[in-house]
Design a protein around this ligand. Structure first.
Ligand code: ADA
Length: 588
């Protein structure tokens, strides 16, 4: 199933399925010189025994035979024949890979991808081909940590860095000038007025026609489209607002004529929701009404698939969170799978999306290439996902060292790029440095990660659940005293570990009982303190983490703070939190 945007005029083929596969080991030279030719990778693929194939989307190091491997793999599939028309080029669309990829078509290196989890497009030059000549697509993936090659993901992050083509791949045929983006922004929910921005691959003359919700498009209108695209205000017929409780969606098709021909040469169908989200005083407002957010932080993770989750798992995860009273999910800590965002749009789940980050420090702030790439990822993520009504805020740089003045330029730049790229949503980042954080003036929403009673301030205190209430009260008071009392507050991470099946009448650490006691206390604080606008428990499901000695702090090498385990088996806290937060026990 293709995520939006979709097409009816543009040939659009999903390449998911079984690809040829070759494992090249952990000492492959990926220097620029070595990458110039596909020969090494083609030879390895040709030498692979028949039947050595793997499924895309997929992660090679989630496969039994390569579990935990770090190195280089080559994938190959056949590109469908482009129409024989030589003016038609191609576009390969990848929704996300990790950690690093090189893309070759017919042996030519077309793209190197250094940003994990980012959606990206690769232009395949128009070639005059006999109609029956199909193309060879080779994708080289490397999951070794290398701060030069792939600086955005490092082995100290508290989530396992898999290698693979995590998400769907599509191949499209496009004319010389084609639609590169259609952005629909709500101007007025009630009347259904929207502002549409259409961008083309090249500025110039053409004609555009539009249609909402599958209705036949109107007559083409001659336009001159500048570099920055054109904007126009339109009104949605039969407007129905989007909210988590009533996730009404609309679709919008743009058709492009060029060259004076009678038929459109390209089209794009996007889906959007009529809704506004803004910060007003200390409240977060959806369609003008204050909203409180409750849910979880969620990693894209599964022991059998890594982050390359099947569509049904995405649905089950959302269903499990909603059944436990959630209306909110933080896509921690990287750009999300477009199919997951489509399901959040459809099923009614508000989303915090963020570019990749995990406790970056001065080394990163001083690294111009690192800063350039993370700002690029932030911008690309927003441009790709801005039409999803479920996304209600943008974040970045989880728990960076924002108590240091050297963090400020990067935070300022990320906040600026976010607001430039999408002025229609609030900006935040999750900090664990409060009350020493120096950058909270740069965000619209203050988001605090804290683990009182787990990473307890007094390690001698037995079962220190009592410090949760005290720490929450102190946080609210200190925000006020620092002048942030007028901003909305989200508890963006708070939680405790429990190993599935560990039951203990003492409710000792790692028992399901301790986690239940802990989360009941936290949810009670949220329900009793309207000052807290949002609560995102850490975390939805257990996930594999460190492969290093850091795992000594992570039993099984997993982060065990999930309310369900890695196979989505509910721990006892799931039912307890669900009863409270859905009101089933009469309190929530
Ligand atoms: C941090 C971090 C999470 C996870 C969590 C934990 O808040 O943002 O990714 O590592 O701590 O489990 O300790």
């Amino acid at each position: 199933m293709n995520a939006y945007p979709r097409h009816t005029v543009r040939p659009d083929v999903c390449l998911d399925g079984s690809w040829e596969f070759a494992w090249l080991g952990s000492d492959v030279d990926l220097s620029q010189t070595a990458l110039a030719s596909a020969r090494v990778f083609r030879t390895a693929l040709d030498a692979a025994a028949p039947g050595i194939r793997t499924v895309v989307p997929g992660c090679f190091d989630a496969l039994p035979g390569l579990a935990g491997a770090r190195g280089t793999a080559a994938y190959r599939t056949v590109l469908p024949a482009l129409p024989a028309d030589p003016s038609l080029g191609g576009r390969l669309l990848f929704d996300g890979v990790g950690l690093w990829a090189a893309v070759y078509v017919d042996g030519e290196l077309l793209h190197v991808q250094r940003k994990p989890c980012s959606p990206f497009a690769v232009t395949v030059p128009a070639r005059t081909r006999a109609a029956d000549q199909r193309g060879e697509l080779i994708v080289v993936i490397d999951n070794r940590f290398d701060t030069e090659r792939s600086p955005l993901q490092e082995n100290y992050f508290d989530f396992y860095a898999y290698g693979g083509i995590f998400r769907p791949v599509r191949f499209q045929a496009v004319p010389g000038r084609y639609l590169t983006g259609v952005r629909v922004t709500t101007r007025d929910v009630e009347s259904g007025m929207v502002r549409v921005r259409v961008n083309l691959s090249e500025p110039g003359k053409g004609a555009l026609a539009f249609g909402f919700d599958g209705a036949p498009p109107g007559e083409p209108v001659a336009v001159e489209v500048p570099e920055e695209g054109i904007e126009l205000d339109l009104t949605v017929p039969d407007p129905r607002p989007w909210s988590a409780d009533a996730p009404n969606l609309h679709s919008f098709q743009v058709l492009l004529w060029a060259g004076g021909g009678p038929l459109p040469v390209d089209d794009m169908i996007i889906r959007f929701g009529l809704r506004t989200v803004e910060v007003e005083g200390s409240s977060i407002r959806l369609n003008g009404s204050p909203v409180r957010l409750f849910g979880w932080n969620r990693h894209e993770a599964h022991p059998q698939y890594g982050p390359a989750l099947p569509l049904t798992q995405l649905e089950h995860d959302i269903r499990l969170m909603k059944d436990a009273g959630a209306n909110f999910v933080r896509g921690s800590h990287y750009p999300q799978d477009a199919r997951f965002l489509d399901l959040c749009d459809e099923m009614g789940m508000m989303v915090w999306e963020e570019s990749i980050g995990w406790q970056q420090d001065e080394r990163h702030f001083a690294d111009e290439e690192y800063c350039r790439l993370i700002v690029e990822q932030q911008k690309e993520m927003i441009e790709a996902h801005a039409n999803h009504p479920s996304i209600v805020m943008w974040g970045f740089q989880n728990e960076l060292h924002s108590e240091k003045a050297s963090a400020r330029p990067l935070i300022s730049r990320l906040a600026e790029v976010t607001r430039e790229t999408d002025p229609g949503r609030p900006v935040t980042f999750a900090t664990c440095r409060f009350p020493h954080d120096l950058c909270l003036d740069l965000v619209d929403i203050v988001s605090i990660n804290m683990y009182p009673g787990w990473y307890a301030s007094d390690e001698e205190e037995y079962r220190p659940l009592e410090e949760i209430r005290e720490r929450v009260d102190r946080l609210i008071a200190e925000l006020e005293s620092q002048g942030h009392g007028a901003k909305p507050l989200i508890l963006s991470e708070i939680g405790a570990g429990a190993i599935y099946g560990v039951r203990d009448p003492h409710a000792g650490h790692w028992s399901e009982e301790y986690q239940s006691d802990y989360l009941l206390t936290v949810c009670g604080e949220f329900l009793n303190k309207p000052r807290i606008n949002g609560l995102a428990l850490w975390q939805f499901c257990d996930c594999r983490t460190y492969g290093s000695a850091r795992a000594l702090r992570r039993p099984r090498g997993f982060n065990n703070k999930g309310i369900v385990d890695e196979y989505r088996r509910p721990k006892s806290a799931y039912g307890v939190v669900a009863d409270l937060m859905t009101g089933a026990d009469g309190r929530g």
